[in-house]
Design a protein around this ligand. Structure first.
Ligand SMILES: Cc1cc2nc3c(=O)[nH]c(=O)nc-3n(C[C@H](O)[C@H](O)[C@H](O)COP(=O)(O)OP(=O)(O)OC[C@H]3O[C@@H](n4cnc5c(N)ncnc54)[C@H](O)[C@@H]3O)c2cc1C
Length: 402
């Protein structure tokens, strides 16, 4: 459900290149990747060699200059068709953490943290957001910053950070942690502080990597801040402005979640279309039975509607002169709508595909079970579907918890 001119020739070429890369480098080793971090790392290194990591970073640091959400969407969709965890890592490293600093033009942060992403080696970023207690509160805009428990206090020229986070992706392996803090709950949105913390800061420590249902190719762990001190310049933009950047980050990351859901769904649909063509029942291919055709059609509806929504939202991000800046309640609500629909569709499609494959759907050899495991997580993160609904309602009427 996309107009033919949605993508430029260059973007179509990038999609072709990524599709070939995924078919050659990821598809044949999908199973092994889940238990072999070195293999995952080698794929990331190949993406660095292709120039994916430095794409979108400013040219003065060795990047390729401003990128576009549409291009990032193409890259992350194609990667998620192969492996969701690799797509997730790629999106985070390619800018979801440092994007805000690029927009805010905070030179101290850019000078310190961008160069390694423009180098020849894989480098990881982390969005350190979910507090260990009441994680979803951190991501609930209705609380207007009052739910953030990690504390930052200014002491002379340094921020002193105390608290703990659970589950951030790349915890323990990142060179930079965009840490969501509060300078005081009573200050509400004025107290929201986005502080960039170097990975080698004294007082920063990490838990063991989490074992999890899906996304096994990306690392999650707890992060502990014990009097971590960073220069005061590493706070993104200051009181009020940081809250706006936080909402913009919420919108961007939800959109990224939708892109991943789209990539998973595409792969699942390709697999099941093919399987039900070759598998026979009652003397004809399974997909020629009308009940099965109806389910395949329902899958196509969800897939195409998600594709339309994902790339419409990318267009909206690219045109703030029409749709406004990314932190508005309207933009956050729209991103939440796309994410909510995409993740529910993704789980539905993966679940139905497993059903249509019969017992083979449960076997790793046929890959669907992996996509089903990965799909579930797109409903869980970023506050889950409930907080997502609050963000949506908040875009249509003033809905705050007082
Ligand atoms: C693979 C993966 C990657 C992740 N990556 C990151 C990352 O990069 N950075 C990061 O910071 N975190 C990350 N997370 C953590 C994730 O964002 C949180 O786990 C998630 O937001 C939910 O927080 P919680 O687990 O603490 O749930 P809880 O806060 O314990 O909530 C539990 C349930 O209650 C619901 N709920 C909570 N409050 C309300 C309410 N007021 N009204 C109605 N329902 C409510 C929630 O929706 C949820 O369903 C990741 C998680 C996973 C699994």
């Amino acid at each position: 459900m996309l107009r033919k001119d949605t993508f430029t020739e260059e973007q179509n070429a990038i999609r072709d290149m990524l599709r070939k890369f995924v078919d050659k480098e990821i598809m044949p080793v999908r199973l092994e990747l889940e238990s072999d971090p070195k293999l995952v790392e080698s794929i990331h290194q190949k993406l660095v060699d292709l120039g994916i990591q430095r794409a979108g970073y400013p040219s003065e640091y060795g990047g390729t200059g401003p990128g576009s959400p549409t291009t990032l969407g193409i890259v992350c969709e194609e990667l998620a068709r192969g492996d969701a965890g690799i797509s997730l890592s790629c999106g985070i490293n390619a800018g979801f953490v440092l994007q805000a600093a690029m927009v805010a033009q905070n030179k101290a942060i850019l000078d310190k943290f961008i160069p390694p992403f423009c180098g020849d080696k894989i480098n990881y970023a982390c969005l350190s957001m979910t507090d260990s207690t009441g994680g979803a509160d951190t991501e609930n805009p209705l609380l207007q910053g009052r739910g953030i428990k990690t504390r930052a206090i200014l002491d002379g020229d340094e921020w002193v950070i105390n608290g703990s986070k659970s589950w951030p992706t790349h915890a323990g392996i990142a060179s930079v942690y965009l840490t969501v803090c509060s300078t005081g709950y009573e200050q509400g949105e004025e107290g929201v502080a986005l502080i960039f913390v170097p990975g080698n800061s004294p007082g920063l420590s990490f838990g063991q990597p989490e074992k999890k249902l899906g996304f096994r190719t990306s690392v999650n762990a707890s992060i502990f801040y014990d009097n971590v001190r960073v220069p005061k310049e590493y706070r993104l933009a200051g009181p009020g402005a940081d809250a706006q950047f936080y909402y913009a980050t919420m919108a961007g990351t939800q959109w990224h979640s939708s892109v991943i859901s789209l990539g998973i769904m595409r792969s699942v649909f390709e697999i099941i279309l093919d399987y039900t063509k070759g598998r026979e029942s009652g003397g004809k291919p399974v997909r020629e039975w009308s009940l099965v055709a109806g389910i395949l059609a329902d899958m196509a509806i969800r897939l195409e509607m998600t594709r339309g929504a994902v790339f419409s939202y990318a267009y909206m991000m690219e045109h703030p002169e029409i749709y406004g800046p990314p932190f508005t309640k309207d933009m956050v609500a729209k991103a939440s709508i796309v994410r909510s629909y995409a993740s529910d569709s993704c789980v539905w499609v993966a679940n139905k595909a497993v059903e249509l494959m019969g017992s083979n759907g449960l076997s790793p050899e046929y890959h669907l079970e992996k996509y089903l495991r990965d799909s579930k997580i797109t409903q869980i993160w970023l506050g889950g579907q409930q907080i997502c609904k609050y963000r949506i309602a908040n875009g249509y009427y003033d809905y705050y918890v007082r």
